[in-house]
Design a protein around this ligand. Structure first.
Ligand SMILES: NC(=O)C1=CN([C@@H]2O[C@H](COP(=O)(O)OP(=O)(O)OC[C@H]3O[C@@H](n4cnc5c(N)ncnc54)[C@H](OP(=O)(O)O)[C@@H]3O)[C@@H](O)[C@H]2O)C=CC1
Ligand SMILES: O=C1OC[C@@H](O)[C@H](O)[C@H]1O
Length: 295
């Protein structure tokens, strides 16, 4: 089954030879094109964030569920072996479904529920930073446009929330959030800090920024558990290099590193993932809230 080429959304929505639709348009337009594709009976694999707010996310995932389709928000880092390893460390091995043996690990629920089945034991905290230096996008960029639902939380912040969902396997609540606004704007955030909590007792912090003062991006996640901790740097683009340090009471300071050029990620990985899951109808059966949580 073919995936429609990028570019002509109108054509790919109406085209009868493509059952899925691939596209990248600005964030604010994604929801409307995803809706049209789903109404045309197409699976959707969409750049993150796949829509602009919670109500739209619920509406699109309800439509996808009703039509027996997948509407997947594409986070390429999840298809990299590093993400698989991180989730295994925090949640333990996944439940294997003998009828779908090749399902990507992050789609399968952990064998031990409640976040206590991994090397770290019961999870206690997760802290994520996704900081993009301000020289990268300058002052004028599509990411800062209010009419396109711009802001740091909608860009860098989506990775932070995504990896929190991935490594805890569940949805957090926002305890507090504080934005630093773009100059001259009352609604577009240049940076966001938030405190989160999970009903399993995990506490989290998030810091997302598009106006980081450093020269290099910071994309790191730190997880503490009752039996140890992990620190991973470079989780968004691990194929450019990353580091992973796991410390447990049994084995202090295990370092696992990866260098440049591992591959196995980005768009091809995302498409393969959609193809597999679509064939096996795994995520088609997910509830609306699980589809939104995406883990
Ligand atoms: N997953 C990943 O690794 C990455 C994801 N992204 C995502 O892709 C998005 C686009 O990023 P990037 O490629 O740098 O952006 P671009 O500046 O290249 O713009 C992308 C699209 O937005 C359209 N656009 C630009 N300005 C407007 C406007 N004022 N109103 C409506 N549409 C507009 C452009 O249309 P036209 O061609 O007609 O000008 C183009 O189709 C990001 O916001 C991010 O969400 C980006 C980089 C990496
Ligand atoms: O998706 C993205 O990934 C890399 C970031 O630098 C960028 O802001 C974002 O759009």
């Amino acid at each position: 089954m073919a995936i429609a080429p990028l570019g002509d959304c109108q054509h790919s929505c109406s085209c009868s030879t493509h059952r899925r639709q691939g596209k990248d348009v600005c964030s604010a337009a994604r929801g409307q094109w995803a809706r049209r594709a789903l109404e045309s009976g197409k699976h959707v694999l969409c750049e993150k964030p796949f829509c602009t707010n919670a109500a739209e996310a619920r509406e699109l995932q309800s439509l996808a569920l009703k039509n027996g389709l997948i509407c997947r928000e594409a986070f390429h880092y999840r298809e990299h072996p590093l993400a698989t390893r991180l989730r295994e460390i925090t949640l333990g091995p996944p439940c294997r479904n003998p009828e779908a043996p090749t399902v990507p690990q992050w789609m399968a629920p952990p064998a031990v529920a409640g976040g206590a089945g991994g090397l770290l034991g019961q999870l206690e905290s997760i802290d994520v930073q996704v900081l993009i230096p301000k020289w990268v996008f300058g002052d004028a960029n599509i990411r800062f446009l209010e009419e396109l639902a711009g802001g740091a939380m909608m860009d860098a912040g989506t990775y932070a929330v995504s990896i929190m969902r991935l490594l805890t396997g569940s949805e957090p609540c926002v305890e507090s959030a504080s934005a630093s606004m773009r100059p001259g704007s009352k609604v577009v955030d240049g940076a966001m800090r938030a405190r989160l909590s999970w009903d399993t007792g995990i506490a989290g912090t998030l810091h997302a920024s598009l106006q980081h003062d450093g020269w290099l991006p910071v994309t790191q996640v730190q997880v503490e558990g009752e039996r140890g901790s992990l620190m991973c740097k470079g989780f968004i683009v691990p194929f450019f290099g990353h580091s992973l340090r796991v410390t447990t009471k049994q084995a202090p300071c295990q370092s696992e590193g990866r260098s440049v050029g591992l591959g196995g990620s980005n768009c091809s990985g995302r498409s393969v993932c959609l193809a597999r899951s679509s064939r096996q109808a795994i995520t088609i059966s997910w509830s609306v809230s699980r589809r939104i949580c995406n883990c």
